[in-house]
Write a protein that binds this ligand. Sequence first.
Ligand code: PDD
Length: 277
Amino acid sequence: MSIGYVNGEFIPVDKPVIPIDERGHQFGDGVYEVIRVYHGKPFMLEEHVQRLFKSAIAIKLNVEQSHEDIQQLIDESIEKSGLADCDVYIQITRGISPRQHLFPDAPVSITLTVKPMRVTEEAIRENGKTAIFHEDERWANCYIKSLNLLPNILAKQNAQDVGGYEAILVKDGFVTEGSSSNVYMVRDQTIYTTPLSKQILPGITRMAVKNIADMLEIPFIEKKFTPDELLQADEVFITSTTNEVMPIAYVDGNKINDGASGEITRLLYRKFFELIE
Ligand code: PDD
């Protein structure tokens, strides 16, 4: 069963609980993580919690709870939900205080939900999804997993409005990442992805895929590439916690590979699913 948690209390997910003067929904003043749980075990939990704290520090959010406290809270929530395969969303905001821009003297708010996993059908993964190129209109600190997702959701909606699934963001002529994923191209049996910088989120799935590529001895090169180079690639795929490894078969109407999942992409997601079995 889906469950929610707000500042110390487990509640039904649909219970209205957030006060108006809450920094998260007034300012987007907070950070978050999405963690996928396979067979009762949160995937790369430590890495997610580490990134959550890095994001918090980057926005000067003083979280009194320790890494262990947060990991325990996540474990306890999963157990309470009774769900074996689920998605955990956790956010930490600068708390509840009468609205003003300056930091309040208030404890942080920690809220989370545990919901059933939305499984991707095998056929979709075999056929691949479609994407569009979209200007990256975000700010200078995209390495922070901040609640401010307006440019991301506008880009994703624009993709959906023309029948696409993901928006591949382009800044100064180079691909950065997806609106909610990291982006890769495969050329001559080699994987290319944008190097880590303040311009992209250091994806946890990206980390997993890099390890898998090493394991399979597939070269993994972190190097910027242009939309034209991506269109010339043998394969294109995206990764994220909820998409895992997802092939992209069309970009702006151009067929990649033969419009289906490519060989390297398939190797990567098969290995990924082997690891979580
Ligand atoms: N999004 N880049 C962006 C902008 C993202 O929002 C995400 C994930 C990723 C991939 O990160 P990871 O592999 O750690 O999930 C990259 C999550 C899933 C979301 O906002 O729902």
